[in-house]
Design a binder for this molecule. Structure first.
Ligand code: HEM
Length: 212
């Protein structure tokens, strides 16, 4: 998420940077995020947090809760995949408001890099989960239903692999999924720490701008 500022804003030193990527001589940069962008941002963020919290607590659940919890994890993850694709399409059609000029160049660089990596993580996590699940040895006898409604397909090019190499694929995709989660934790930490620094140390009302 970028923390853009309305053009002509009177909020202290937060003004647009003339070199910002989203500005061109021909187009006026947007002054704020669209409502759609904000709603997608918060829904995806909450779903991803809930999904991580749920799967990490699975070992502490009663036995008969484990399968429903893992199934819900998969359904939430697939939902995130759909919403992330929607968000990326939306973002391609709507430029983000520029980052404030008050941010040093290195900070703006890190913010942009973290945003791009977060978009990748929004795709990586569901995709590796889906691959991992498709390679599961019991996939055929345990179809996946999206929140108990319709059957979500396994990837046929994986389910058709013979059992032995498929088990190996299951492990590899599992490592990619777990490894991605660690990268995600680091990215979310940098993203939230940056927002809190600007909010509380630099006294810029960045959080408010993400809600209105
Ligand atoms: C928002 C997207 C997702 C996030 C953030 C996410 C995150 C995680 C995390 C943190 C773990 C625990 C990894 C570990 O500690 O080893 C996990 C495990 C798992 N995920 Fe996901 N995941 C997502 C989407 C999916 C999807 C779409 C599927 C399948 C369709 C899936 C299937 C699994 C499975 C099967 C496990 C192993 C569960 C077990 O312990 O039996 N995930 N996921």
């Amino acid at each position: 998420m970028d923390f853009g500022v309305p053009a002509g804003s009177n909020r202290g030193n937060i003004v647009e940077h003339p070199d910002d990527r989203s500005m061109t001589a021909a187009a006026t940069p947007p002054t704020r995020y669209t409502r759609t962008a904000m709603v997608l941002h918060w829904i995806i963020a909450l779903l991803m947090i809930a999904n991580v919290a749920m799967i990490l607590s699975v070992d502490h659940l009663p036995d008969d809760w484990v399968r429903p919890a893992v199934d819900t994890h998969k359904s939430i993850g697939i939902t995130v995949l759909g919403l992330a694709l929607l968000r990326i399409l939306w973002r391609m059609a709507h430029a983000a408001p520029p980052l404030p000029v008050a941010y040093p160049r290195w900070e703006r660089g890190i913010a942009h890099a973290v945003h791009i990596l977060l978009y990748l993580a929004m795709l990586w996590m569901p995709m590796t989960g889906w691959l991992h699940d498709s390679a599961w040895k019991d996939a055929a006898t345990h179809p996946m239903y999206w929140f108990g409604t319709f059957e979500w397909p396994r990837l046929e090019w994986i389910t058709s692999v013979p059992a032995k190499p498929r088990e190996m694929l299951h492990d590899v995709f599992g490592w990619m999924h777990t490894g991605g989660a660690y990268v995600l934790y680091g990215l979310v930490f940098l993203h939230v720490a940056g927002a809190l620094k600007h909010q509380f140390f630099d006294k810029e009302k960045v959080l408010k701008r993400m809600f209105s």
